[in-house]
Design a protein around this ligand. Structure first.
Ligand SMILES: NC(=O)c1ccc[n+]([C@@H]2O[C@H](COP(=O)([O-])OP(=O)(O)OC[C@H]3O[C@@H](n4cnc5c(N)ncnc54)[C@H](OP(=O)(O)O)[C@@H]3O)[C@@H](O)[C@H]2O)c1
Length: 420
């Protein structure tokens, strides 16, 4: 369990910009009476998909958003307050009014064109072969305001406070007042978290969960296909225990009875210990890094530090699996196109594995995956108070480019939140 005051003190002592430190939250019901009593009416949008909505059927509402009209740097982000609301085009989609969102490394990378070759093929809907303007933002907390008639999940009532993720195949992300996502990417937000906290869990949390349970098979078949988790008594080394993914990975693992070791910078060691890691090592300290050999072999080495698969071959300690979230998959396709890029991916993966296999290990690439049962798994951990996001810094919506600057500056200690 997190000790809030300790974390706060440690982070402040470390000089980290802490605007919203982790805290042990009280059970505060956050849904307003008005939301709960929101009347439900049916209507049709301009796309003729039947929807359940409290919004005017033909909405003339305009919204604010940060848009990208071409790839580049942070100064390419353009603010508008005259954008039409995104529309539900599929009966299984929902429209959400965003209250809080975050900026992830993927947003900064996509801003620069990362993954554009493959993602633009996935993003463009039939008849729409343009990828711009694009709105970034992969996760949010907000209020469900409209839903397609195919959304039969009883938990998703209009007015429900929800948390969710935006698949990378969408051009319209959560850096806007409203976002449309498939109902499977949404769930009621846990009351244990405020809006900023709830917006900070799912993208990094589903990345950690997917890496451990889908890619790493930590909980066997049940762990991958249900909400059961698992992995008790296994030993996992988390590289980069101080960032968005690492801080959540440590808490997920500890909640499942896994023995956790972690690396981070010296200033974050105490903070990462407070998250529950059994042994924490400053990766700048070669003597301390040598100590990691004493705990080997690791069932999983989870790379949340952007090291990549090549790094696995240089490790001094043995491991059964090395799972990195920094694969060259999309970058190879960007550079060489779909065909040659795919071949390069196979060759890269084989190459890293040849080196690792000599020591009995396997290198794998892990990815964010928006599985509904992954969301449920994370939700249960939050409800049991086993999982709390760490918030590095918070920005107002009008200052969203500053949030990108914060991310670009590196050395994050948790998530960069943007409040609407
Ligand atoms: N494949 C996917 O679907 C996916 C999804 C999410 C994230 N990712 C990737 O996963 C990585 C982690 O994401 P994130 O959101 O957690 O990023 P983040 O918040 O920037 O965290 C990275 C953390 O690692 C620390 N770090 C940097 N170099 C390190 C090293 N050599 N050893 C140990 N710690 C180190 C950083 O702090 P210091 O620099 O101060 O040490 C920072 O706290 C990123 O590379 C991201 O692009 C991939």
């Amino acid at each position: 369990m997190l000790e809030i005051s300790t974390q706060k003190d440690v982070m402040q002592a470390a000089g980290v910009i802490v605007l919203r430190p982790v805290r042990r939250c009280a059970l505060l019901p956050r849904l307003s009476q008005a939301n709960r009593q929101l009347s439900v009416s049916t209507g049709a949008t301009t796309t003729d998909v039947p929807v359940v909505t409290p919004l005017p059927a033909k909405s003339s509402l305009k919204m604010r958003a940060w848009q990208l009209h071409c790839y580049g740097d942070i100064d390419e982000l353009q603010f508008t307050d005259k954008l039409k609301l995104p529309q539900i085009r599929n009966s299984h989609e929902c429209l959400v009014r965003v209250r809080a969102t975050t900026v992830n490394p993927i947003d900064l990378a996509m801003l620069r064109g990362y993954g554009s070759t493959l993602l633009s093929m996935l993003r463009c809907r039939p008849g729409e072969d343009i990828e711009f303007p694009m709105t970034l933002g992969r996760e949010f907390c907000g209020e469900l305001v409209q839903k397609g008639m195919g959304v039969d999940n009883a938990e998703l009532q209009l007015g429900t406070r929800v948390w969710g993720v935006v698949p990378v195949s969408q051009t319209s992300g959560a850096h806007a007042d409203f976002v449309v996502v498939p109902a499977s990417c949404l769930a009621p937000a846990p009351v244990e978290l405020d809006d900023s906290e709830a917006a900070s869990v799912l993208y990094a949390g589903l990345t950690a969960w997917s890496g451990l349970y889908l890619t790493g098979g930590l909980g066997g078949v049940c762990g991958a296909t249900t909400t059961s988790g698992g992995g008790a008594n296994k030993r996992v080394l988390v590289l980069g225990g101080s960032g968005g993914v690492g801080t959540l990975a440590i808490q997920i693992l500890k909640s499942q009875g896994v023995q956790v070791l972690a690396t981070c910078s010296e200033d974050a060691v105490e903070m990462v210990r407070c998250l529950g890691a059994d042994h924490v090592v400053d990766y700048y300290n070669p003597v301390a890094m040598e100590e990691l050999c004493n705990y080997a072999p690791y069932d999983i080495v989870l790379d949340c530090a952007g090291q990549g698969g090549q790094h696995a071959g240089d490790l001094k300690y043995d491991f059964r699996q090395y799972i990195t979230f920094s694969s060259p998959l999309l970058a190879n396709i960007d550079k060489q196109g779909l065909g040659l890029g795919a071949l390069k991916n196979v060759s890269d993966l084989l190459q890293t594995n040849v080196k690792a296999a000599q020591r009995g290990g396997l290198v794998k690439w892990g990815y964010f995956y928006p599985a509904a049962h992954g969301i449920k798994f994370l939700q249960r951990l939050v409800e049991r108070r086993k999982l709390m996001p760490l918030i590095d810094s918070t920005f107002e919506f009008g200052a969203l480019p500053k949030a990108y600057e914060r991310l670009k500056g590196g050395h994050l200690r948790g998530k960069t939140v943007v409040k609407l």
